[in-house]
Design a protein around this ligand. Structure first.
Ligand code: AMP
Length: 187
């Protein structure tokens, strides 16, 4: 099974992906986590990506597609994955479809976590205190939310056209969201 968790920054994609990863044996693939790992290691890619990420903008398609590609043969094609924060552009979505089709797989479901802007800002402020992410400032958050509005308006129709899209109220407590996700995955 291959699932995409879609939603604005702070919607709880990472939290829910980790819960589903344990329960369903799917690999969580977060391009944001992969990029942050590159920054922490001080790689050339990480240095390049940091400026873009800190400002809240999107890293280039080539970079994120390349990172996901390295997990396709080992995880995605073998046991399935939960994509968290990828794809964010139609080019990324098309590249993902191509990669999956190489091993006879496809995306089974795209779950959109919907959360009010006001609640998102509060969550981001809380996460900034806890995790200290450089892009969790209110200014960078606004750019990220704006970017999300733009790319979701392009990417969601791509999946809606394939009848793969469902939405969940991500403003609920963590357990309630997980329960809804389980109910959807049972079907
Ligand atoms: P996230 O942890 O998913 O919120 O991602 C943090 C930042 O990493 C984003 O604001 C982007 O700068 C970058 N990023 C993560 N995933 C992608 C992606 N699929 N395409 C482009 N940029 C990405």
């Amino acid at each position: 099974m291959n699932i995409i968790l879609f939603g604005p920054p702070g919607a709880g994609k990472g939290t829910q992906a980790k819960i589903l990863e344990q329960e369903y044996g799917l690999k969580q693939l977060s391009t944001g986590d992969m990029l942050r790992a590159q920054i922490a290691e001080g790689t050339e890619l990480g240095v390049k990506a940091k400026t873009v990420m800190d400002a809240g903008n999107l890293v280039s398609d080539d970079i994120v597609i390349g990172m996901i590609r390295s997990y396709v043969a080992s995880d995605v094609c073998l046991s399935g994955a939960i994509f968290d924060g990828f794809p964010r552009t139609v080019s990324q979505a098309e590249a993902l479809d191509d990669m999956l089709s190489e091993c006879g797989k496809s995306i089974d479901l795209v779950i959109e976590l919907q959360v009010d802007d006001h609640d998102l800002i509060e969550r981001i402020k809380g996460r900034a205190k806890k995790e200290g992410r450089a892009d969790d400032t209110v200014d960078a958050f606004k750019v990220r939310l704006e970017a999300y509005r733009e790319y979701s308006a392009a990417v969601l129709p791509y999946y809606k056209a394939q009848n793969l899209h469902v939405s969940v109220d991500g403003g609920q407590p963590i357990d309630a969201v997980s329960a809804q996700l389980r109910a959807i995955l049972k079907k």
